[in-house]
Design a protein around this ligand. Sequence first.
Ligand code: UD1
Ligand code: CA
Length: 453
Amino acid sequence: MTADRSCLAIVLAAGEGTRMHSGRQKVLHAVAGRSMLAHTLSAVRLAGGDAIAVVVGPSADDVVLETKRVAPGAEVFVQDKRLGTAHAVLAARQALARGPDDILVVFADTPVLRPDTLRRMREALSQGAALVVLGFRAKDPSGYGRLIVREGELVAIREELDANASERQIDLCNAGMMAFAGARALPVLDAIGCENKKSEFYLTDAVGIVRAQGGKVVIVNAEEDEVRGVNTKRQLAETEAALQQRLRAAALEAGVTLVAPETTFLAADTKFGRDVLIEPFVVFGPGVTVGDNAVIRSFSHIDHATIGRGASVGPYARLRPGARLEENVHIGNFVEVKEAVIEAGAKANHLSYIGDARVGAGANVGAGTITCNYDGFAKHLTDIGSEAFIGSNSALVAPVKIGDRAYVGSGSVITGDVPADALALGRGRQTVKEGWAKRLRALRGFKVSKKGA
Ligand code: UD1
Ligand code: CA
């Protein structure tokens, strides 16, 4: 029903977040591996926001960069002075003036909002509401604007500071998100004044103005977990926890086996195939795809990596950005992989660093093998052929190429290319001096044990 209506989403992202005690802008703090701003932008897009306006504070270059990265088509408007939420919305006046059918106002510090909730708000607009307010029942309502309902109708929103004692008892609160019928929005916003304790232009005053103009005001309800606003680091942590719960539930619902779900940490974009098994204590950063039947064992940390079908990772593995494991690859304990393709069936089971490399299909990388990819100035490639066998504790000094089916003897330092099917040894030759130890002991006057005599 809302599909044929144009929709402008105004995302309010101004404010440095002083209560976060951080040098970083508040909306750039991450939950589930993605900035709060990125979560919000993705929610409004999924709700059908075909035009997006982001309102930022002055000197917020980082916020502008993140906006452009996530939503290149979004327009950025600067609110030069922080004079309140209605003032912030009006910073996007140019976009409002284009007369979209629906206008969504969304706070970028409320990252767990579901697109479906925004869709429900638009739905109410399509049924004739002039203004839709998102409400929720707060366990502790302090700090929130209270929804004043008379005879079933929302008549006002009272900010905590302006509320009297009995209004403060109300637990039905304003989540902050609003939807306006586009045609009437600008005159309503322009009519908002700043007669309140904070002398700010409150978006919430739109309720009374719309009613005075004869417009219909409607409340759409949401769960508290979904409308958590983040003003402090504690709230950031609580929001992270709420989002993790939701992501775990979705993964379980989709058939992923999480042995101890409360110890699995997911990113908002983690993708799983069928019959994936995740052992306890695994952390997924952003950009991870896990193929069918893969097993991720305990204490692994995975970030911007692709894990192929039937692969086995960990325990204690670290897959860093650009790690691409093809099917049935084994990456074992204390193995770090970065910017490397590990082709089908290859194995690196113990104590290795594989960076800027290709490991050919079926190759075996022995314990303690290191690709020496960095010379202090630049990174270089290591190319290991298919079915190659790298003996334990070898250092492959890049750029270097090991041919298909070649062997590298244990403990080698390989600085030159190795042809296919060859054996390369790059280590001191072993010498054996018969009886040497015995002579030493005698020389030093040590007692020789019976066994050794
Ligand atoms: C606001 C609501 C309150 C609601 C609560 C829900 C108003 C007046 N109050 O209060 O009813 O219960 O959210 O979390 O709307 N912002 C700007 N420019 C400004 C002021 C704010 O861009 O001049 C942005 C902030 O970055 C933030 C959002 O608007 O993303 C909300 O502002 P904030 O100061 O956090 O409002 P609250 O006091 O939480
Ligand atoms: Ca807030």
